[in-house]
Ligand binder design. Structure first.
Ligand SMILES: *[C@@H]1O[C@H](CO)[C@@H](O)[C@H](O)[C@H]1NC(C)=O
Ligand SMILES: *[C@@H]1O[C@H](CO)[C@@H](O)[C@H](O)[C@H]1NC(C)=O
Ligand SMILES: *[C@@H]1O[C@H](CO)[C@@H](O)[C@H](O)[C@H]1NC(C)=O
Ligand SMILES: *[C@@H]1O[C@H](CO)[C@@H](O)[C@H](O)[C@H]1NC(C)=O
Ligand SMILES: *[C@@H]1O[C@H](CO)[C@@H](O)[C@H](O)[C@H]1NC(C)=O
Ligand SMILES: *[C@@H]1O[C@H](CO)[C@@H](O)[C@H](O)[C@H]1NC(C)=O
Ligand SMILES: *[C@@H]1O[C@H](CO)[C@@H](O)[C@H](O)[C@H]1NC(C)=O
Ligand SMILES: CC(=O)N[C@H]1CO[C@H](CO)[C@@H](O)[C@@H]1O
Length: 524
């Protein structure tokens, strides 16, 4: 029997962490150890804290303690097939929080002969030490509030402003990194941790499965794992590397227009008889919103739909057409009529920050913002650009995409002030002479470069904007309203009961990780 552990990296622009997991288990009361000693947690799950070296190249560098969670297999020992490792992507998202809400569905999809396993990556959430640049939740919320949303084309000073904020954050991070965790949060170390977790289950080889949620980071993590440990790969399935490249965004937007025309006025609220008429209508609306933002006050929330908000909703929707294009079309039509509430509700999926000022205790759990920056900046080559150089970079990139305003921020502009880098971090090439089993990539876009790096791998393309096959469900097949609901009509006649159950479970998973866009970092 093939030992199997699978990495599932679900894409999120950012995962909105289920509130449930924060309150119901006290991780700090678990004793970390070099083995996985499980205790019951979150009712049906088991939790353990695993000690890992901060620096795998230097055992005296100290340790980090990973929060590891599993939904145990429910079969006899003979039928047991090992762990399936799930990484929630981001980077910076909590695997624990995500698994608590999706574990049961994963087990339906993969089968109860597997342990469904996840973990908070080093520096993230319940793993300690935690990456944190702020001393209180209120301090963090105030900083983040100043950075939303983030079109670098919103005004002439948007880019310099973003650059300056990145510089503040970079200095803050360096100054407040008392635990020294930051430079060890790189993706190569996360890959090493995944292998160690697999080994602690008594398995040597890993099967990686990266889910269809277009995770640029998931793809990076999976490919890094394969490049570092080609002989530890049982199989890797990278499902839909939908890194939307600069040049792709314009094509995907065109598909939005084309699909809207094809769907007709009943299903697409922003319908016009031709794609170019829709494009013109959108341009007119965008120009009008730039001049005059729309205030929104609902019984539960309030805010502004301005140029940045409109552009970021559009941009985000390019990644998840099936979920957001219906509501976005409705939102655009309503916005034209002066009602910003639908578009606002798409951006505002989490409740506003409420300060419990009586007790600002650390360590922080919701440190996603810090984790994203630490991993994203720390992974890369040091950015030494001056503001003039960044502007030039932006202008060049603008020639390839009309959404460059969201594409060059993270990783380039935001990292220009980052100071904490680890010598010897993995900088590629993301390739391996021969993995111990071919990679399988399910994708809608050019993953060909990756394939070229891994001889013998295979590519399976599936429908989505930009490719050839027919969709099994129309993008505008469902007018879901502002609340995304991926329960969609399919031609289910041929499905068995078991297939129906798997489909339903996949929809639960998809809904749990659908993107939220009212956060500063990670929208790439
Ligand atoms: C961890 O598990 C291994 C293998 O079961 C065992 O040999 C070792 O003693 C354990 N270590 C600790 C610290 O419990
Ligand atoms: C290993 O880590 C220790 C503790 O941080 C440090 O003192 C030592 O210089 C490191 N060794 C190497 C070879 O980097
Ligand atoms: C994902 O696609 C991008 C762009 O086509 C490519 O650069 C990257 O290597 C791909 N990664 C994987 C893991 O397929
Ligand atoms: C603050 O919260 C921490 C952790 O939840 C708790 O241990 C501590 O007792 C609380 N302090 C006060 C003053 O409530
Ligand atoms: C910025 O916005 C203006 C007005 O909407 C638009 O014409 C221009 O193409 C945008 N430029 C970039 C680089 O995004
Ligand atoms: C790649 O690895 C497989 C299995 O380990 C082996 O059978 C094959 O000969 C290798 N191919 C190359 C080109 O090294
Ligand atoms: C989604 O839509 C389906 C069918 O319209 C409905 O039965 C279901 O309750 C909805 N789910 C949510 C979470 O709104
Ligand atoms: C083999 C095994 O572990 N079976 C268990 C699966 O789950 C049911 C319900 O929780 C238990 O009753 C079985 O013992």
């Amino acid at each position: 029997m093939i030992p199997l552990s699978i990495l599932v990296s679900l894409y999120t622009l950012l995962i909105s962490p289920p509130a449930l997991a924060q309150t119901t288990f006290l991780w700090d009361q678990l004793t970390p150890g070099k083995n996985l000693s499980w205790v019951t947690c979150y009712t049906t799950f088991q939790c353990a804290r695993l000690e890992v070296p901060l620096d795998y190249a230097n055992e005296s560098s100290g340790t980090a303690d990973l929060a590891v969670i599993r939904l145990p297999a429910n079969v006899s020992k003979a039928e047991y097939r090992g762990p399936i490792l799930f990484n929630p992507g981001g980077p910076g998202a909590s695997g624990v929080d995500t698994l608590v809400s999706t574990g049961a569905s994963f087990q339906v999809v993969f089968g109860s002969e597997y342990d469904i396993v996840s973990f908070d990556p080093r520096g993230v959430s319940y793993s300690t030490p935690v990456a944190s640049f702020f001393q209180t939740d209120a301090e963090r919320a105030l900083w983040n509030a100043g950075s939303l949303p983030t079109s670098l084309n919103a005004s002439a000073d948007a880019l310099p402003h973003d650059w300056a904020r990145g510089s503040v954050l970079g200095q803050l991070a360096a100054q407040r990194d008392t635990s020294g965790i930051l430079k060890y949060m790189t993706t190569d170390n996360v890959a090493r941790d995944m292998l160690l977790i697999t080994q602690k289950f008594g398995f040597e080889k890993t099967e990686l499965y990266l889910d269809r949620w277009k995770s640029r980071y998931g793809s990076v993590l999976g490919a890094t794992f394969a490049a570092l440990f080609p002989d530890k790969v049982e199989r890797i399935l990278i499902d839909a590397n939908l890194t939307i490249e600069a040049t792709d965004t314009d094509k995907v937007l065109q598909t939005f227009f084309d699909s809207c025309v094809a769907a007709g006025p009943d299903l697409c609220a922003f319908y016009e008889p031709t794609a170019s008429a829709i494009a013109d209508r959108l341009t007119a609306l965008t120009n009008s919103i730039r001049k005059q933002p729309v205030p929104v006050v609902t019984p539960t929330a309030y805010g502004i739909v301005d140029y940045s908000a409109l552009r970021s909703v559009l941009f985000t929707s390019l990644y998840v057409p099936y979920i957001l294009w219906g509501p976005v079309a409705q939102g655009l039509a309503a916005l034209e009529a002066g009602d910003g509430s639908i578009l606002f509700s798409i951006t505002q999926t989490t409740p506003p920050f409420q300060c419990d000022c009586s007790n600002n205790s650390i360590p922080f759990h919701l440190n996603n913002a810090e984790a994203v920056v630490a991993i994203q900046c720390g992974d890369g080559v040091r950015v030494t650009d001056t503001l003039d150089e960044l502007r030039e970079f932006y202008d060049n990139a603008a020639r390839t995409s009309q959404f460059v305003e969201f594409l060059v921020g993270s990783g380039r502009v935001d990292c220009a002030g980052w100071e904490v880098y680890r010598e010897g971090r993995f900088l590629g090439p993301v390739a391996a002479a021969n993995t111990s089993f071919p990679l399988l990539l399910l994708t809608t876009s050019a993953a060909l470069k990756t394939l070229a790096g891994f001889p013998g791998s295979a590519l399976l393309t599936q429908d989505s904007p930009g490719t050839v096959c027919a969709a099994d469900i129309p993008i505008f097949g469902q007018t879901g309203g502002a609340t995304a609901n991926s329960t969609r009509k399919r031609n289910n006649a041929d499905l068995t009961q078991e297939e129906e159950a798997v489909l339903a479970a996949l929809q639960v998973i998809g809904d749990a990780v659908r993107p939220v866009i009212n956060k500063k970092w990670g929208n790439q």
